[in-house]
Ligand binder design. Structure first.
Ligand code: MN
Length: 232
């Protein structure tokens, strides 16, 4: 490629558990309100109408073990701990039955959120982008290949803030299951290897402050640890 006048973006990569190979991250999709207790704590009714999504820029992805800065322009920066699904094969208009065959693997992620700005925009029926698409806001663990993880069922998902458990649920509490999400999302996008889906957070979201340590585990899908740094 010749004569680029600025450096092209470099895609972030994620490690694969038990391998020295890495995954180049393509797009980052996030599912909203996908656990009933979390929808309720956000003051929302649960509707089994259809899932909804927002996106984060790929460069919001950061590595396990990182110190991530407290985001700018917020005084209510929240954690949301989530199951991450990485697509491994092209998927467009796939059925629920074939959806899991398109998954490369599973991991742990955080959907860090400027809650004050998200709620302010939501109240005005404006897009939430600045509440969600935040630099350094998507820490993701090493990815466990699907043949080692198995399939999402009743595995425990748990997150601790400074050693205190704040979120504790099982994956069978997902309102929209992983196959349903992939099938539905694949009607909107030609999903491709390296696309990442954060599948929504259980109840117990809350604010962070500089110095906090967030540690989450998902049974069979590894763990993730980040420290909140000083404001940018
Ligand atoms: Mn979320």
């Amino acid at each position: 490629m010749s004569n680029l006048i600025f450096p092209a973006l470099q895609v972030p990569t994620l490690p694969i558990a038990g391998s020295s190979d890495r995954i180049p991250v393509q797009r980052v999709f996030c599912v909203g309100r996908n656990y009933e207790d979390h929808a309720k704590e956000m003051g929302q009714q649960v509707e089994r109408d259809e899932p909804f999504y927002f996106t984060k820029s790929p460069e919001s992805v950061v590595q396990d073990g990182s110190v991530i800065p407290y985001a700018s322009a917020t005084t209510n920066y929240h954690y949301e701990f989530e199951l991450v699904v990485v697509i491994g094969k092209p998927a467009f208009n796939v059925s629920k039955e074939e959806a899991l065959s398109k998954v490369f693997g599973y991991g742990c992620g955080l959907d860090m959120t400027r809650r004050d700005l998200q709620l302010k925009k939501r109240a005005k029926q404006l897009p939430w982008d600045i509440g969600k698409d935040i630099e350094y806001s998507a820490p993701i663990s090493a990815i466990v290949p699907a043949d080692k993880f198995g399939t999402p069922a009743n595995q425990r998902i748990e997150m601790r803030q400074n050693g205190v458990t704040k979120q504790d649920a099982t994956l069978n509490q997902l309102i929209w299951s992983v196959p349903e999400i992939i099938s539905h999302l694949s009607t909107m996008y030609h999903l491709r290897p390296g696309d990442v889906i954060l599948t929504g957070t259980p109840a117990g979201v809350g604010a962070v402050k500089a110095g906090d340590v967030l540690e989450g585990t998902i049974e069979g899908a590894g763990s993730l640890k980040v420290t909140i740094g000083e404001p940018v």
